[in-house]
Write a protein of this length. Structure first.
Length: 161
């Protein structure tokens, strides 16, 4: 299966989270309210004229997915040039993992694609780069409370630039 096929096999954020249980769906508004994006960052996102399709692999129950993909949802709301399609972790592991050539598949796996469905920029896997450089157990509660969403925003801005 090619990236284009995977993208068109995906669903939008609302449909994907709608398949989750109530407690999973209830976390999204809370995470969304924790996104603190500066005016400068909003302008960067709004002024990006590149059309980027984000192929996302994840699961509604995954806290990393809930946190980080909610930020991507915000980016898509700010700029109509951005769109996302979400596939399950199982489908990502089966088809996306070999395309990306990675050994361990973690979600969310967020793959930016250009208009020709070619990978555009860096791929976001699981957590922001800053968090990956820390001892997760030491920062876990702050991470789960959304204190590192600013780093997700920074990582996504690097991707779209």
């Amino acid at each position: 299966m090619e990236l284009k096929d995977l993208y068109f096999a995906g669903v939008n954020f609302e449909a994907f989270m709608g398949a989750g249980i109530k407690s999973e769906r209830d976390r999204i508004p809370k995470n969304y309210s924790r996104i603190k994006i500066t005016d400068e960052e909003i302008e960067i996102v709004k002024n990006c004229n590149k059309k980027i399709k984000f192929l996302v692999s994840g699961e509604p129950w995954c806290t990393d997915f809930q946190l980080n993909t909610t930020v991507l949802k915000k980016f898509c709301e700010l700029n109509s040039n951005f769109d996302m399609a979400i596939i399950t972790k199982g489908r990502g592991e089966k088809f996306l993992k070999p395309i990306l050539g990675i050994e361990e598949f973690k979600v969310p796996a967020i793959v930016p694609l250009d208009e020709n469905f070619q990978i555009y920029g860096d791929i976001f896997i699981e957590r922001p780069l800053v968090v990956k450089g820390l001892v997760y157990e030491d920062i876990k509660m702050d991470y789960l409370k959304g204190h590192y969403l600013k780093d997700t925003i920074s990582d996504f801005i690097k991707i779209i630039r």
